[in-house]
Design a protein around this ligand. Sequence first.
Ligand code: 4AD
Ligand code: MG
Length: 464
Amino acid sequence: MERQKIKSILKNGDTLVGQTLYVCGWIRTIRDQKSFSFIELNDGSSLANIQIIVDANMESYDSLLPLLTTGASIGVTGEVVTSPGSKQKIEIKSAKIELFGECPNDFPLQKKRHSFEFLRTIAHLRSRTNTGGAVARIRSRLAYTTHRFFQERDFIYLQSPIITASDCEGAGELFQVTTLNLNNPPRTDTKEIDYSQDFFGKAAYLTVSGQLNGEAYATAFSDIYTFGPTFRAENSHTSRHLAEFWMIEPELAFADLNTIATLAEDYLKEVIGDLLTHCIEDMQFFNQFIDTGIIERLTHVHSTPFKRLTYTEAVSILEKSGRTFQYPVKWGSDLQSEHERYIAEEHCKSPVILTDYPKEIKAFYMRENQDGKTVAAMDILVPKIGELVGGSQREDRLDVLTNKMVKNGLDPSLYQWYLDLRKYGSVPHAGFGVGFERLVQFVTGMENIRDVNAFPRSPGNCEF
Ligand code: 4AD
Ligand code: MG
């Protein structure tokens, strides 16, 4: 008999009563009473389990029962019946149970609450918990809606390279990729490591962003996006930083800062709206157990225009706030996460698009504004997380960009291909990056970024 997923069985509910079905999954709990046992079975397709009733008169019941433990995997053939209990509409009366894999009682996910810290140490099993399952389903749906959003708008999907020789953000937070013998690397006459003998004939790294390649594609296809893994060797031990995270990076030709600010707002609203309709069961779980009120707050975000402020206005709000921050606020300094959170959480109480940052604190590729002091940059700050999106209009003037690179200590000869995009048919263009894990945090209310990536990589941690 063809296997049915629990999600679809529960969705079809009453209409299945009387039918015999085959369902597989892992036992979440089992209660045995004198003449029956009740199994809560989950196959990951939904948060809800299906209840299986096992009659003590079932063939081989006595030999099977001791093996039907929490965590064991089984297949059940049985009839759908109306449930007398109030918790569920239907349940399955098993006629036959097939045991795929036993689960000894040292299985760490016994029926009790576990801390997220503990669950991180068993990342290979934590997807079998309610929270792990709900996060994974939301994350998967967000990825799907992301592609749909951009595809419906005729954006071309670029799979940008993971290995690169350029430092997109110019921040030097690169993981190096090499096949040189680290114990005895080849040296040049001046005793420096001789990368001409390395695999790529030069030093290579894991990419921090697909943007530079995205710009090449945007200057051919107008509108493009990337969606893939990016890597940062920054030694940040925070609840919002990973060493490996996913980023969505649209890049648009014939566009300015305003175009992308609006696109980013539309994108965030679309994915939120989609979750509130298509993943409402999982969202209700987050609302009840993780972050009370999140559904209401997301509904508000979905229906309200984002606030827009310039960096300069934000600094003046912070100065007038009467707050003592750990890091002082001063025009020209980068905003710290405490500042970003104050602006989003307490001042705006909603997502806010901050624009026009001082040029000194932003990346070399951002377009300089007429004032000579600021660049056409934007960050979207959201309550509880701070920066969710970072983007800008790009410097499309060849001479200005070349000078800026030199000033920033980058060697223009290494970025020749990137400069070519300004030499041959340069266009005003702009784009942004959305941190995918931060987006998952924002929509679920999960506190720690390590709990929204299945197998997180962070300083000192590369298990699993
Ligand atoms: O602001 P960032 O560094 O911008 C860029 O990389 C640009 N190239 C994007 C572009 O314009 N195409 O990173 C973009 C977003 C941040 O706003 C944040 O959400 C996320 O990526 N991010 C991280 N997420 C998790 N862990 C980290 N270490 C992150 N660093 C940035
Ligand atoms: Mg940024």
